[in-house]
Design a protein around this ligand. Structure first.
Ligand code: GUN
Ligand code: ZN
Length: 436
């Protein structure tokens, strides 16, 4: 892809973005029914009404006409496994058998760098067609899998967070690293990739059962030495897993406390699932500035449990939505919203469509401490945006044609939409995907 600077461009459509969380603020978003998004040099110049902004355009600015469609910030998926792309939709009765039967053999293949490079390209194509412009990505235990991933994401100019899985016990020998070796490899990868272009490194202990206390402690030291790196791991996903963690770490107050004692609960730490946490854990997450990645399609698929949005909100936890592919059953964040909505209903709470679009854009950017870089259309933010088609299918066209309120329109997109509703995806101001 060319890296030559791009001139000013403008996009005419309905424009939606957020500046606050609609669960807590009435004035949380901007909606311009006949809107204009102006982009130059890969960043946002302005977003507003076409009528008030059109006059400010330079004479030679190309205006791309997406009228009838909705432009919003690119979706952010805060927990996904790129090496599990080829094993999505693999059946197993719960998390632990699923890991043994499908995940570990699949991840073994990433000792081959060429395999990693090929899967990374397919995975990124899949993100682009799904409207996801930034993700927090688990690679495998192999260093080469991280090189393959960032090599591919940087070539496309994408903002991505990724890291090598740390795993030194309770896994097949062919996937085990060592406490020291795994952390040494992670540091080498931080030096190679973190802060280079739009790449960010995440220190990635798979989960507490597969890291020895020594490995978790070394990961915590690494996180202290590189405070602007990310941390990502799984916590309190499944009951059998939680019981296992209690028996492995009898001195810890809770599963989250295992990570806390190792120094892994801090800003820029993203904890996947958070289903079986108690109120003290949620309070600790909130106080530390760490965030939760809520993975509804995965949690329903594996039968792990139902995330409690109301309890997390009561404690002020930073929340985001995530696919968790390959346990998640869809790449598209519209489908993730669909199941998040139903999970909330099953717990007796309610997620509005505006809240779900916030969580998949600015909410995630805030959880990742990337507000100002991604997540909305404030001036100077990276030009990562998508074009949603409310008439992508006959049924969507019929349903959205009768919508009078923005909430109803977005809700119909979240319930009925999938990657067919993503008409185009732009990242860094460049067209990355266009539906045929
Ligand atoms: N817990 C540990 N590893 C994994 C994984 O790969 N996927 C999910 N969903 N949970 C995990
Ligand atoms: Zn996961």
């Amino acid at each position: 892809m060319s890296t030559a600077p791009i001139a000013q461009q403008a996009y005419r459509a309905s424009v939606l973005h957020f500046h606050a969380d609609p669960a807590f603020f009435e004035d949380a978003y901007r909606w311009y029914a006949d809107g204009l998004l102006i982009v130059a040099g890969g960043v946002i110049v302005a977003a507003g009404d076409y009528a008030s902004l059109a006059a400010s355009l330079a004479d030679d600015t190309a205006v791309i006409d997406y009228r009838g469609k909705i432009i919003c910030p690119g979706f952010i998926d805060t927990h996904i496994h790129f090496p599990q792309t080829d094993m999505i939709a693999s059946p197993a009765p719960g998390l632990l058998p699923w890991l043994d039967t499908y995940t570990f053999p699949t991840e073994r293949q990433f000792d081959d760098p060429q395999h990693g490079a090929a899967v990374a390209e397919f995975f990124l194509d899949q993100l682009m067609r799904s409207g996801t412009t930034t993700a927090m990505v688990y690679c495998t235990v192999h260093k080469a899998s991280v090189d393959a991933f960032f090599g591919a994401s940087q070539a496309r100019g994408l903002r991505m967070v990724a890291g090598k899985v740390l795993m030194d016990r309770h896994c097949p020998d062919f996937l085990a690293d060592t406490a020291e070796g795994g952390v040494r490899d992670s540091e080498e990868l931080i030096r190679r990739w973190h802060g280079r272009g739009r790449s960010h490194y995440a220190i990635t202990p798979r989960f507490a059962p597969t890291s020895s206390p020594a490995q978790l402690a070394l990961a915590g030291e690494l996180a202290r030495a590189y405070p602007d790196t990310y941390i990502q791991t799984h916590v309190a996903e499944n009951c059998d897993e939680c019981n296992w963690v209690s028996s492995l770490f009898p001195a810890a107050r809770s599963y989250l406390d295992v990570y806390d004692q190792a120094g892994l609960v801090r800003e820029r730490a993203m904890f996947g699932h958070c289903i079986w946490l108690d109120d003290d854990d949620f309070s600790r997450l909130a106080a530390s500035g760490a965030a939760a990645a809520v993975c509804p399609t995965s949690n329903l698929f594996l039968g792990s449990g139902l995330f409690d949005f109301e309890r997390a909100d009561a404690r002020g936890v930073l929340l985001s939505l995530a696919s968790d592919v390959g346990a998640g059953t869809a790449f598209c964040m519209l489908q993730t919203m669909n199941e998040a909505y139903k999970v909330a209903r099953m717990k007796g709470s309610y997620l509005s469509a505006l809240r779900m679009f916030y969580l998949a854009t600015l909410g995630a950017a805030r959880a990742m401490r990337l507000e100002g870089r991604i997540g909305n259309f404030a001036a100077g933010v990276d030009a990562d945006f998508i074009v949603l088609d409310p008439a992508a299918t006959p049924l969507l066209a019929r349903r959205t044609g009768g919508c009078e309120k923005i909430e109803e329109l977005l809700f119909a997109l979240a319930m009925l939409g999938d990657d067919r509703a993503i008409a185009a995806t732009y990242a860094g101001g460049r067209l990355q995907w266009q539906r045929a």
